[in-house]
Structures are given as C-alpha cells and as structure tokens.
Design a protein around this ligand. Structure first.
Ligand code: BTN
Length: 247
C-alpha cells in the first residue's frame, strides 16, 4: 500500500483485517486501517467492543518490533500515553488519565481502549497489531450495554470534533511514540506515566485470576511492569486487572 492510513466502511474488526493484510503483503511501519463501524469489534479479555457506525474511532496500526516480544509490555503503556497526550495536547481536555496497562480515562470514566495482538516472527522480531477504540459520541442506546463507567470525547469539547483531522493527529502521535519506543524503550516514558497515572499512590486491588493482591500503587518500573507495595514491600506485576480500593 502507498497510503499509510486506509479508510474502510464497515469491517468485522480492524485488528483482524490488518492482521490478514500483514500476512498477504509487506506493510510499511505505521500502516493503519480506520473503519466507520465494526461488526465484530474486540475488546480485551474476550469482550466485545461496541462499535456503532460513524460516531467513534476504530483504528488498527501495524508495527514490527525489531527486538521481539521481550519489549511488548512497555509498548502497550506507551500507546496509552500517546492517546492521553493527544487528548490533552491537541483537544485541551483536562483530567485525562491512564489506567495500567493501557486504558484511557477522562474524569475517571473510560474513553478509549487498546487491544494489541502480537505474534513472534521467524526472524525474532514481533508483529504488533495495535488496535485503538476511542468513543467520540456514544449514543445512549448502545452505551447502556457497556459494563463500566464510560464517557466520550465530544462531551468534553465546546464544539464537536473534526473526526478525520483528529484521526490524522492520533496516527501521527502513535507513529512518533512507537518510533521513540523502538529507539530507547519504555524508560523515557516513565515520567509521563507518572504524570497521567490514575492510580499513583492510591490503595489498589489487583485481580490475578483467582488471586487477589491488595496494596498501594507505586507506579511502574522501567519495563512498564506495575509496582504495588504490599506489606511494606514493593512487588512487580506483569498482568491482572487493577481497581481502586475504597478504604
Ligand atoms: C479494551 O477492551 O479496552 C480494548 C478495546 C479495543 C478496541 C479497538 S477498536 C479498533 C480495534 N479493533 C478491534 O476489534 N478492537 C480494537
């Protein structure tokens, strides 16, 4: 493909389409598919991502990570930060935060989600399909099926967003972020994470399958692993579902 951003009408899932394209041809770094609607939008943990026509943003971006799977953890955090920054810096929305590993919130409600599908390739590199869904205007009729507190971008703007322009900006932020990430890893993003972290120094609960860990969130380490202080000792976690614990 010559264009770096392809616009599709209705797809199953932009992640699935992009994966297919990447298997059929060599894609340039940063190539992305943008869709108007998805009939099989996928969320994390096997959930559905509600994807009505024309009002939101569904985009998947291709990136080949030279260093392979080892660096994947921090990648997802960096992507969350790119989205948080574009909302803050380009749309001037305050109170944007990130939830480990990569959800984006406005005023404590989820506005965007990220789903990264990664495969190891024969040469040791990793193929990353980075899917981003951002609620721009979510009609109440569909939103009632969402099982958590949510919001949409347009509710926080004085005038409705120029969607295509925003998509272009977002794409640029993602490409810049991934380029920086590829060059020097997650370490450079750690201060930014602290700035946007929804949980920093808060009492949290982490669900790891059947296991439950309670402690105080101490941010993330240089690889992007979650740090939780449990009984005075800081432990690192690589997975799980985090939530704020009310006292
Ligand atoms: C989450 O559960 O928070 C992740 C949601 C990711 C949704 C996006 S929309 C574009 C891309 N295509 C999909 O099927 N899912 C991702």
């Amino acid at each position: 493909p010559k264009e770096l951003l392809k616009v599709a009408a209705i797809v199953g899932s932009t992640n699935d389409d992009l994966k297919l394209e990447s298997e059929q041809q060599q894609l340039p770094q940063g190539y992305a598919i943008l869709a108007e609607a998805q009939t099989k939008g996928r969320g994390r943990r096997g959930k559905q991502w509600i994807s009505p026509f024309g009002t939101n943003l569904y985009i998947s971006l291709f990136w080949r990570l030279e260093e392979g799977l080892g660096r994947a953890m921090g990648l997802s955090l960096a992507v969350g930060l790119a989205i948080a920054r574009v909302l803050r810096e380009q749309l001037e929305i305050d109170q944007v935060s990130v939830k480990w590993p990569n959800d984006v919130y406005i005023e404590g409600k989820k506005v965007a989600g990220i789903l990264i599908d990664i495969d190891s390739l024969e040469d040791g590199s990793a193929r990353c399909i980075i899917g981003v869904g951002i609620n721009l205007t979510l009609p109440d009729t569909v939103a009632q099926h969402i099982d958590q507190a949510w919001t949409d971008v347009n509710s926080h703007l004085p005038a409705p967003l120029q969607r295509n322009q925003f998509a272009g900006r977002l794409h640029q932020y993602l490409v810049d972020t991934l380029t920086d990430y590829e060059r020097s890893g997650f370490t450079q993003f750690a201060p930014l994470w602290q700035q946007y972290d929804k949980f920093d120094n808060k009492p949290v609960r982490l669900l790891l399958g059947e296991r439950k860990v309670e402690g105080i969130c101490r941010g993330v380490d240089d690889t992007g692993a979650l740090l939780v202080e449990v009984d005075g000792r800081v432990k690192r976690f690589f997975g799980g579902e985090i939530s704020v614990r009310s006292a």
